[in-house]
Design a protein around this ligand. Structure first.
Ligand code: HEC
Length: 132
């Protein structure tokens, strides 16, 4: 039984950020899928692999690959809830062309107006599945 669930989950994660063909009930039953759906807002700026205007999630996870999962969960929770500024300054300068003046920093605005704490936790749990 465990194996079947695992396979089903892998299939789901192989999809892109689109919700094609997934019903609301399926999303409610699957916390990882729910986190992924909630993360759609993030795709204004982040993609999993591609650079839009923020570091791709895979690049973020790679930078922090040696940080224990529990620490990372807290760090990401805080970044999503309250925003983040400066940590990726050099990376952004090198990878994202902005029309901002020199010295200005692209930052991540707090996402707390859009999500509850519970929802942010679901997003973080989904995000960490991208590590594998
Ligand atoms: C308006 C654009 C924008 C949106 C929307 C956005 N981000 Fe970000 N995000 C950024 C930028 C820019 C950075 C780099 C910030 C820095 O330099 O500290 C960043 C950084 C991060 C980081 C790295 C934090 C760290 O500790 O290094 C994580 C994780 C992250 N975002 C997740 C998300 C998630 C999940 C969402 C959706 C809930 C989201 N972001 C929505 C622009 C955005």
């Amino acid at each position: 039984m465990k194996k079947i669930i695992f396979l089903a989950l892998t299939g789901v994660l192989a999809l892109t950020l689109s919700s094609g063909g997934v019903t609301r009930e399926e999303i409610e039953k699957n916390p990882i899928l729910k986190g992924k759906m909630l993360a759609k807002r993030c795709s204004w700026c982040h993609d999993i692999n591609k650079t839009i205007v923020a570091p791709p999630f895979k690049v973020i996870l790679k930078r922090y690959k040696d940080i224990p999962e529990e620490t990372l969960k807290k760090q990401f929770f805080d970044a999503i809830k309250n925003g983040s500024k400066g940590k990726w300054h050099d990376w952004l300068e090198g990878h994202v062309q902005t029309r901002l003046g020199k010295g200005d920093v692209m930052y991540m605005p707090p996402q707390k107006p859009y999500y509850t704490d519970e929802e942010i936790k679901l997003i973080v749990n989904w995000l960490l599945t991208l590590k594998k």
